[in-house]
Design a protein around this ligand. Sequence first.
Ligand code: ADE
Ligand code: ZN
Length: 323
Amino acid sequence: MSPLKALPKIELHLHIEGAAPVALVREMADARGIPTDDLIGPDGFYIWRGFTEFLAAYDRVAAMFATPDDHRRLAEAVLRDCAAHGVLYAELAISSDHVAEGDAGRWAEYLAAISEGAAAAEAATGIVARFIPTCIRGLGPERAVAAARLAVGAGHPRIVGLGLAGDERMHAPADFAPAYAIAREAGLGLTAHAGEFGGPESVAQALDALHLDRVDHGVRAIEDPRLVARLADRGVHLATCPGSNLALEVYEDWADHPIARLREAGVSVGVSTDDPPFFRTDMTREYAGLSSAFGWDEAEFRAIARASLDAAFCDDATRALIA
Ligand code: ADE
Ligand code: ZN
């Protein structure tokens, strides 16, 4: 195993369907006679161009997984892939909107299935997994409240937080305050995508309105030095995904990515993969890109994994077992 691949890693920003291995999706599609010529390219990666097409391709991949057994297999495969790149602990973004359409019974069945997959991956590789039910921004604040109620109502031991993903150009962060209040009241950790396509004001609004513990991406905070200082002072962790930002053309090159400048300014940053087979990445490639752009070596990567573990939403006993 290459030295970067073997380093211990923490993955806090990974969407379960966005991480679906292409071979598994092809198998699911073939079994149901669903054509994939316009979804999977001859190079073995998902086909999309630009963020809107990416979200549409993501939804098509998500729809390939229909039964509890499909979801069990997906969770196990995603976590085994993580473990193969040295990930010790992963928080998976999951979505009741993709699998349960508001139905508590289907949601409970789904959670049982992915927990079974997570337990199988843990038995095989040692990886520990927790789940973050994630609201979908484009579906609007009412659906987010329903998702938060399902997240809390499940009372599931692997559910540790609430997230918000999807198109940052739709709705204001404050629209989702009622959903976040439900999760906060129940003691869940709070994170949301912000500062990916939206600028620093999007990050600041999300922090203020949603009382976030962490931010997914958050990288465009770099455009406002006062916000950077606020993130550093408050210890708000950014679960960044540099390879995702490059694939979605938020930045042109590894060297342009603000992760190093954020870190130098004292912000707690982590490295994650977001939707690896969509963005032709994995944890080892992220580390390799950062190592060549910024000269980071083992000491930096160990510090980054430590910062991520400190920001994880699991309990301290779990954290102590992983460290
Ligand atoms: N859902 C999955 N990946 C995403 C991303 N990079 N931004 C927003 N929503 C997402
Ligand atoms: Zn994401």
